[in-house]
Design a protein around this ligand. Structure first.
Ligand code: SF4
Ligand code: SF4
Length: 84
């Protein structure tokens, strides 16, 4: 499947431990990535600065669901169950 443009759930709900330009320690769960535009697009898309973890994360039906809210709910739950 393709990413639902403008969703942004995977740039907000999960924590990211690798450095992101402007967020050198990564980001905590539930915090908007500094590189996410108001329209929920990645400012770094297609650039070498985009973190590897973001490039490697591929949209799936399980994760993305059928709406932005479904994706957000799934990712929040995933974050909860994988919390150390
Ligand atoms: S959760 Fe899925 S649809 Fe939403 S931004 Fe991420 S990859 Fe795209
Ligand atoms: S760098 Fe881009 S793809 Fe990665 S979390 Fe931030 S906005 Fe999303």
């Amino acid at each position: 499947m393709n990413c639902r443009e403008g969703c942004g759930a995977c740039c907000i709900a999960p924590s990211i431990s690798s450095p992101i330009p402007g967020m050198p320690k990564g980001k905590p769960a539930g915090v908007r990535c500094i590189q996410l535009t108001e329209g929920h697009l990645c400012k770094l898309f297609g650039t070498p600065e985009r973190p590897k973890v973001c490039i490697e994360l591929k949209p799936t039906e399980d994760m993305c669901g059928f709406s932005d809210q479904e994706a957000m709910d799934y990712l929040k739950t995933l974050e909860e169950v994988t919390k150390p």
